[in-house]
Design a protein around this ligand. Sequence first.
Ligand SMILES: [Ca+2]
Ligand SMILES: [Ca+2]
Ligand SMILES: [Ca+2]
Ligand SMILES: [Ca+2]
Length: 316
Amino acid sequence: MCDEEDEEIMKKDDFNFEAMKEIKKISFMLIFLFSCQKGKQLQTLETVATIETVPQIDIVINNYCLTNQQEKIQFIVYNRNLKIKRSGHVYDSDGDGLDDDQELKATELGLDPLKAYTFDNFYDDLIIFKSGLTASEIPSLPVASEVDADNDGIPDVVENLLGTEIVKPDSDEDGLPDLLELHFGLNPIKTFDAAADSDADGVDNTKEISSGMPLSESNAKSEFLKKYELKITNEVVSNNNAQTCYKYTVKGLALNPILDVNKIQFFFLHKTNSELNYIFRTYLLTLNSLVKNNDPLNNKTRYILELDYLTEINTP
Ligand SMILES: [Ca+2]
Ligand SMILES: [Ca+2]
Ligand SMILES: [Ca+2]
Ligand SMILES: [Ca+2]
């Protein structure tokens, strides 16, 4: 499948890969169209599941505590192994930001949909895919290390290629960190797209991401999407002179049932005085260790998980 939505995202995804372009000047669009043509000849994984086959989880996060000098700004959670589209669920088995189908269609690269780093270097498959490089050119990439000065999940050498800043997790300061923008097909060095409404449905891109909705398919008139909209609430559970503690409740995060472990990405943003602080953690969710509640009304399984922010999330 090479749907219009994906083409649209790639057209918008035109940020600066100058360093890579110097290695080989190939436009992303051409590469993408080429891979789509190839994909038509391939057998693909069954990546779109029906609504009945995907379980959901409710997550409670306790002890998110801020001092008087700190201000709560933003909280986002998403499942790196699954995306929701109007047509159904799309799987990303290795959680690298490229759907299984996209990886299989990029036959010239030989990407492994079960491995985020097919080439065993520090360039994940998403970066390789977007670079426009061919497999034979990959060894010519600058030698990488895991040094990640701003601890945002993108090594310095990769940030240099992307044109993002190595000491700022949110290079364009629009409230969405670079890695999150990459995973959702936004541009990490242009501020306009966080507040833009790509699918013109009245919900801006930041709100779409934080409610689990697709950025480039209108939410309107879609019963399927309504069923999967995340409900996130927070309440103050203690408040004294030194700090305020919150409890976050996330209702209805969709899970990939094919995998034993789902990569859940948490992103907390607060301000200390005027400076933004990002906490960005991947939580590995093992499905068979979870409390399971049946939801006979909706004929599906609902999982429940309670986490402590201080000990289970806010640790490297
Ligand atoms: Ca993938
Ligand atoms: Ca970094
Ligand atoms: Ca940003
Ligand atoms: Ca929208």
